[in-house]
Design a protein around this ligand. Structure first.
Ligand SMILES: NC(=O)c1ccc[n+]([C@@H]2O[C@H](COP(=O)([O-])OP(=O)(O)OC[C@H]3O[C@@H](n4cnc5c(N)ncnc54)[C@H](OP(=O)(O)O)[C@@H]3O)[C@@H](O)[C@H]2O)c1
Length: 208
């Protein structure tokens, strides 16, 4: 089976391109095919465009690379997700990149899980910039990619995908740890845009 990605913006295209390089087959689910036909065609023959419903149906792993506000509609589009792995790459950003619209006692990922009946929700690919999702290579070591979710098998499969992309993918535990990962994404955004780091840096974990 391949991977479905809903949304073909910065994150969707970056992940799609990286997955194809790893030999995966990718189906993009978008509403406006004309808008994305060229960008998706440029990724090669292992990639196709589909309607959102067809992309959801196509694979067991569905990555949500859409604005956070789009999640309720997408989650409720399917009455029973029947165990599909729904990978939440979103962040519930407040307007103007000035923080998060929710947090501490819940997270965007937990809210998604509440609405997506029967889905195994995994939070991943939200804590670093799209450039890093497309190409995780740094001379100084592997870039950190935390992955959390309540289903251990789903977590393992997404960790394997992230490792395939070259990340130091770390099992971050249960889905409620997304309460830490969404603010952690803000730490990357804050450094990138408010502190002048730009987009070409990544966090890494040191161990001893
Ligand atoms: N950009 C980053 O560096 C980065 C990194 C990590 C995580 N994130 C998070 O990842 C998510 C996507 O970010 P992005 O930068 O890729 O955004 P983007 O470039 O604006 O792309 C969003 C995509 O979602 C689609 N979309 C919007 N509303 C939709 C709906 N209701 N149903 C289906 N598709 C819908 C858009 O399609 P249309 O163009 O047709 O509307 C577009 O293809 C956000 O939640 C963001 O916070 C971003």
């Amino acid at each position: 089976m391949g991977i479905s990605i809903i949304g073909a913006g910065n994150v969707g295209i970056a992940l799609g391109s990286a997955f194809v390089t790893c030999g995966e087959v990718v189906t993009f689910g978008v509403t406006n095919h004309e808008k994305y036909r060229e960008a998706v065609a440029a990724l090669g023959h292992a990639v196709s465009l589909a309607t959102i419903d067809a992309a959801i149906a196509a694979n067991d792993i569905v990555i949500l690379a859409v604005p956070y506000d789009a999640l309720p509609g997408l989650a409720q589009r399917v009455a029973d997700w029947q165990g599909k792995i729904l990978v939440d790459a979103t962040n519930p950003l407040a307007p103007g990149l000035n923080g998060l619209a929710l947090g501490t006692t819940t997270s965007g990922a937990e809210e998604l899980a509440r609405l997506a009946k029967g889905a195994r929700v995994v939070k991943a690919f939200n804590t670093t910039g799209a450039e890093n999702l497309g190409d995780s290579a740094y001379a100084g070591g592997k870039a950190f990619m935390p992955v959390c979710g309540d289903d251990a098998d789903a977590r393992r499969r997404v960790i394997a995908l992230a490792e395939g992309l070259g990340f130091d993918a770390i099992d971050f535990g249960a889905l409620n740890a997304a309460r830490y990962l969404e603010p952690f994404a803000m730490a990357w955004i804050h450094l990138a845009f408010k502190q002048g780091f730009g987009r070409n840096f990544a966090f890494s974990v040191l161990r001893r």
